[in-house]
Design a protein around this ligand. Sequence first.
Ligand code: XUL
Length: 449
Amino acid sequence: MADLEDPPVFLGFDFSSQQVKVAAIDGRLDVLHQSIVHFDSELPEFRTQGGVHLHGDGLRVTSPVLMWVKALDLLLDKMKTSEFDFSRVRALSGSGQQHGSVYWRRRASETLSQLDPDQSLHQLLQDSFSVSDSPVWMDSSSSQQCQDLEAAAGGAQRLADITGSRAYERFTGNQIAKLRQTRPEDFQDTERISLVSSFAASLFLGDYAAIDYSDGSGMNLLDISSRTWSEICLDAVAPHLGRLLGAPLPSTSVLGPVSSYFVRRYGFSAGCSVVAFTGDNPASLAGMRLQPGDVSVSLGTSDTVFLWPQQLRPALEGHIFCNPVEREEYMALLCFKNGSLTRERIRNQCAGGSWEVFSAALRDTPLGNNGNIGLYFDTMEITPAAVGLHRFDSDDTEVSSFSARVEVRALVEGQFMSRRVHAERLGYSMRTRVLATGGASSNKEILQR
Ligand code: XUL
């Protein structure tokens, strides 16, 4: 039991594509504890690859919602086993992969508010979801719904002016529209729709947590100027959708105390606050303490470039989200789907599965790769919408292969060139401080390339 004199501790959870992670920090931001549950290896019963199920049409990508729930059980059990003192936690918050959606079945809120501390969340919430496989950000199966939404809003640019983005397949509004059309019974059986972030917050709150403005901007549903749901977009997606989503709130909102389930099962203090969760990219902007004008590159399952723009300028490429830190400000984001999974594939094929050999190939080849350039879109890319492998030699002639070392450098240079070109096309200067985060940011050779 914590003493009043003990310095407070804060927990941050991350529900990402491939794992759930927690970090405990103190008031000086020193990390006191970290634990991870990796979906593929620690929850093999869900049979995911990279945390997802890739379906036969090459477009649908989903994750089992109960896998996320079970991962949280396991994560908290790991902390308990390592004698983490939950009673010192003053507040908790977190992030989630953006755009993914969770569909709570009718009466799930009753279940959530009366969780029995003698059972795991996974047991208790077995029947609480009307859709067991949540569409996630890698899904690109909602093209028809995107066209419909852009038409309803008066065109792609008009939709971007309202919501910060033209219609994108992974954006939640289009996924909801598709679910309503293709699975009307499951849709009827849904009493609440959460994003991955607000779903995770709901587990801790024992009640439905609000969607925050910043992650809510990745749905093609939020009017990013008024920070309210856009009636035009809601009406185009589903009747009474506002009720299913609940009112959005600022990302820094304190939602309430942690549910008694966590107090009784893990020993959290009843006074521990749950602060709104947000998307992984907005959380990175906040966590890296980005300043206006800074650019950050996140090297994860997806690579993203995000920044704090000085002007609001929604375009047909890229996204504008509400800023998670300053209520009146915005953030700009570009998302590249072929990030770490493509780097891992080339590492396996050209470097025998070893990051050391991959890094050595980067060290041993010259900057500019003697004019050899490669663009590697293993799956349909988001920025730009393109697929396939394209290699060009120093004469700009398309070639079918490179030597292993040239391939490694072509991949890394191609990826970074593309991040830069697309950011500059939107008018964002890369001649500034560039900060790196995400799993692969610990690789010095990739950062130096
Ligand atoms: C951002 C996006 C990805 C996910 C990955 O728009 O789709 O970066 O947030 O977790």
